[in-house]
Design a protein around this ligand. Structure first.
Ligand code: ADP
Ligand code: MG
Ligand code: MG
Length: 898
């Protein structure tokens, strides 16, 4: 088995299809090399080797790959004409992590590896550039110390010992920037760094280049199991056994002086999707300097530079002199870079995110990958590539990550409210969206309020969890490619970066802009599309399905064979869902209608009544209200089918549990307080989820079913008289035995017939059942003899199949997920193996009895893309989900059908 793949000099052992084995970075380095892009030579150690390392340990792994690694390094030496560890003509290398998916900033990289006190002299002799050599050496010790020797601070309270030394020296020398260090300063840093390594670890900094290399390789493997990487993996559901590859590559130097530099660029705008080449760079810099916000990065294009200057309120002359674009400063390098970005986008047929370095006037490309982007950009780029013929319509559809559409469905600021807003300051529009929340200054306090805006000088990978929890992210430093900006776009989170007018004081927890002060807990709003930071809250409204988004939906409808319905209890929700393209209501829960203040009284009277007569009296009061509800919903759906579920929750949920309300009720009903109290105590259940609910209610109090059926039918007939069509589908909940269903069906059909006689008119309707008790799925063949449809209620079904109480699962589910006892939360993603087997069986058996049986799903899973795919595979007629997930389910349904 090959564990090491070489690349460089316009050839490569691997290619871009080998991401699982070589990681994304390694596979693309190989591909770029093969298509003639200038990539420093190197090699990739496979992800399989990482997994072997985790199983077998360090010694065995090194034994297995030693020979291959030595040979591959020799290959680099030949191409570069320099030798690793050589004291006259040294080769330095980088050791880079690279999993199969990109995990920005999550894992570790070491640059300038191979330096020691003698090699650094060779580097000086070879390049004649003392400053550069010492700069590289101090960077190497800092990175190696952090990544390999475990000296990176674990939390925000710890100080990076290397940064401490740097800050100290800067203070002493009264300078701000790394570039202002003298050669002597840099040399001092190297010796101070080595001292601190010795002090912290008890060992001398390793001088043997090969020892350095193996240490770095193992550290990169270990970074796959680092805290940050594990959190990121879990957040995205990436399994632990993927592992990371290790890329070892010849160094090219962006820190060789004013004719060198480093940067990142995007072939399109990652925030909006517009087809505009853009990016940032720094002269005389290395590695992550651009992203880390060490200095203010400059723009790649002249246009971007001017726009940036405008936002940063910098005069044109000052901009041209101090922050020139690459296009202006190094036109021929720019031209070459432009050519490569064009070439790479055409080659990969998708937006690329690239890293490059300029070494003494020569351009090198160090990485390319499909760029992370916002939901809006995802939609626009897919449709643009379709329109220019780069991809087919099926490919365009597959480029849509259904869950990311969620961002486009979030509320946007109301334009009228924006007109009245007080703008505090402006930053870079790093990631679009509208966010309103209370200021917090630390990532681990992002949960302090319900809605928070994480406000920081800059963010770092440790802040990931907090960034995910906050509603929006605001930074005072850093550009469009800063950590905050890139990560926010990936998360689809609103972000404004580099708002230089903000002064943030972490200690006092105060944000100052001009003469205004904002404290922790103060409300602010971010407009991620314009970069405007606004005082207080701003009203929002629901976005529209328009432009490219609407085009994606059209494409989805072209290929989807399964309908998407919605779960809606009110005309308002029903209308919203219809605007998002719902083809009906799959679940209208009727109990919500009873919880309203003016109705709950009648409901309580019904429950407290001792006789059938008393109950009927109370139900008569409820009838007109229910009828009105159904009229509203049916009208909103304009002839589309509406599945109405009969009353489901346990009765004790409706009765008052507080003394004051109990007294009130007793007075209202002219009965004694103790009678109310007794009834409440009577209704108390040990296990309400398994108690007196669902059709068990309808079967013990058929009057309720009667009233609900009457309300539905009268509503439909009233609308019919006005020329509005409705298609009611009455759903009996929580059926486990055939007789439970039969009894209810009898009541429903009898009541419907009575109403039809009274009105001397009829409507078509169906009577079906919710499949949520496991026994029902087992008895599907029998139940289908009588039921017109099945709707899988997967919330209860999951709860009952696993025997996990949904309300108590939070006590153990997180631990199960962490330990890997469960791969995913079964209440989020449908459990195909277990619950899915019952769904499959129920559907097959039901249709064996009744081939035309309508089957759907109405649990939360109906809006979850992976579960939607499963429903499609089972041949369901529809999935039903909450209104805001309808577009997501439509795309998921289409993708399943491709
Ligand atoms: P990440 O996955 O976090 O982006 P990378 O492996 O891409 O980490 O490396 C971090 C930085 O170091 C990048 O800016 C990259 O361009 C730079 N870098 C990596 N290898 C080299 C090299 N051989 N020469 C010059 N710069 C390099
Ligand atoms: Mg990194
Ligand atoms: Mg990178």
């Amino acid at each position: 088995r090959t564990r090491v793949y070489k690349f460089g000099n316009k050839t490569a052992d691997g290619n871009s299809t080998m991401k699982n084995l070589l990681g994304g970075k390694g596979a693309n380095l190989a591909e770029m090399s093969a298509i003639g892009i200038p990539v420093p030579p190197g090699f990739t150690i496979t992800t399989e080797a990482c997994t072997e390392y985790n199983e077998l340990g360090e010694d065995i792994l090194i034994g297995m790959i030693k020979e291959e690694v030595e040979k591959a390094l020799q290959n680099i030496e030949e191409i570069m004409g320099a030798n690793f560890g050589d004291e006259e003509n040294p080769l330095l290398i980088s050791v880079r992590s690279g999993a199969r998916v990109s995990m920005p900033g999550m894992m570790d990289t070491v640059l300038n590896l191979g330096l020691n006190d003698t090699v650094v002299k060779g580097l000086i002799a070879k390049t004649g550039n003392e400053r550069f050599a010492w700069d590289s050496y101090r960077r190497f010790i800092q990175m190696y110390g952090g990544v390999v020797l475990g000296m990176k601070p674990e939390s925000k309270d710890d100080i990076d010992p290397f940064e401490e030394i740097i800050e100290h020296l800067k203070e002493k020398r009264e300078i701000q920037l790394d570039t202002q260090f003298t050669v002597q300063d840099l040399r001092d840093l190297v010796y101070d760094f080595k001292d601190v390594v010795k002090k912290r670890t008890g060992n001398d900094f390793p001088t043997d280049p090969w020892q350095q290399l193996w240490g770095a390789i193992i550290a990169v493997f270990n970074s796959w199991n680092g805290n940050r990487a594990v959190y990121y993996r879990n957040m995205h559901g990436y399994p632990a056994d993927w592992g990371t590859a290790v890329n070892v590559q010849a160094m090219v130097y962006g820190n060789m002086g004013d004719n060198s530099g480093t940067g990142v660029c995007f072939t399109r705008d990652a925030a909006t999707g517009e087809n505009i080449f853009n990016g940032e760079y720094l002269i005389n810099a290395q590695g992550e300097d651009v992203v880390a916000g060490v200095r203010t990065p400059q723009q790649i294009t002249k246009v971007g530079s001017m726009r940036w200057a405008e936002l940063a309120k910098i005069e044109e002359a000052d901009r041209a002199e101090n922050y020139p674009s690459l296009e202006e400063l190094m036109p021929s390098i720019y031209e070459e870079l432009f050519r490569y970005q064009d070439m790479l986008e055409k080659h990969y047929r998708d937006m690329q995110d690239m890293e490059f370095t300029i070494q003494d006037g020569k351009l090198w490309i160090l990485q390319t990958r499909n760029g992370k982007r916002t939901g809006a950009a995802m939609v626009k780029i897919a449709m643009d590539l379709l329109k220019d013929g780069s991809i087919t319509d099926k490919e365009a559809l597959l480029r849509i990550e259904p869950n990311k559409l969620d961002e486009l469905l979030h509320p946007v600021f109301d334009p009228n409210a924006l007109k009245r807003a007080t703008i505090i300051a402006q930053g870079l529009p790093a990631s679009p969206g509208a966010a309103t929340g209370q200021i917090v200054f630390f990532a681990d306090e992002a949960k302090k309020f319900r809605n928070t805006i994480l406000t920081r000088i800059e963010t770092s990978p440790e802040d990931l969890e907090g960034m995910n929890l906050a509603k929006g992210i605001l930074t005072s430093r850093g550009g469009m490619t800063s950590h905050a900006a890139v990560v926010a776009r990936g998360m689809g989170k609103c972000c404004i970066s580099g708002a230089g007018a903000l002064k943030i004081n972490y200690k006092k927890r105060i944000l100052t802009v001009g003469d205004k002060e904002y404290h922790e807990g103060d409300w602010i709003s971010l407009n991620g599309s314009t970069g405007n930071i606004i005082e207080g809250k701003v009203a929002t409204r629901i976005p529209e399905l328009s432009g490219e988004f609407a085009e994606v939906m059209e494409l989805a409808d072209k290929y989807a064979t399964m309908d998407v319905r919605t779960n809606a209890d009110t005309p308002k929700d029903a209308k919203a869902a219809r605007n998002f393209g719902a083809k009906g209501i799959g679940l209208a829960r009727t109990e919500h209608m009873f919880f309203e203040v003016d109705r709950i009284k009648a409901m309580r009277e019904m429950i407290l009544a001792d006789t059938v007569k008393g109950r009927k009296h109370a139900l008569e009061e409820l009838l007109p209200m229910q009828r009105e509800d159904f009229e509203g919903i049916f009208e909103a759906m304009q002839g589309l089918p509406v599945t109405v579920r009969l009353l489901d929750p346990p009765l004790h949920e409706f009765v008052p549990h507080q003394l004051a309300t109990q007294k009130e009720l007793a007075e209202d009903m002219h009965i004694s307080l103790s009678a109310v109290k007794n009834k409440v105590a009577d209704l108390q259940e040990f296990n309400p989820m398994l108690g007196h609910r669902g059709c068990r209610l309808g079967n013990t109090y058929p009057e309720i079913t009667e009233m609900q059926t009457r309300a539905i039918m009268e509503a439909a007939l009233n609308l019919k008289a006005k020329g509005i069509e409705s298609k009611p589908e009455i759903m009996v909940p929580l059926v486990g035995t055939v007789n439970e269903f039969l009894e209810q069906e009898k009541v429903i059909r009898k009541t419907a017939n009575t109403v039809f006689e009274e009105y001397d008119d009829t409507v078509d309707y169906l009577v079906g059942t919710m499949m949520e008790v496991p026994r029902a799925t087992i008895m599907a063949e029998e139940i289908a003899k009588h039921a017109d449809f099945f709707s899988f209620g997967t919330n209860d079904l999951t709860q009952l199949v696993f025997g996990y109480s949904r309300d108590d699962a939070s006590k153990f589910l997180p631990i199960y997920l962490e330990k890997g006892i469960l791969k995913v939360d079964p209440f989020e993603v449908l459990d195909r193996e277990g619950v899915g087997k019952l769904i499959k069986m129920g559907t097959c058996h039901g249709r064996r009895t009744k081939p035309e049986l309508k089957v759907g799903i109405c649990g939360e899973h109906g809006g979850e893309p992976i579960s939607v795919e499963f429903c499609f595979e089972q041949g369901m007629n529809y999935v039903s989900c909450s209104p805001f997930r309808v577009p997501i389910a439509r795309v998921a349904a289409a993708q399943a059908a491709l």
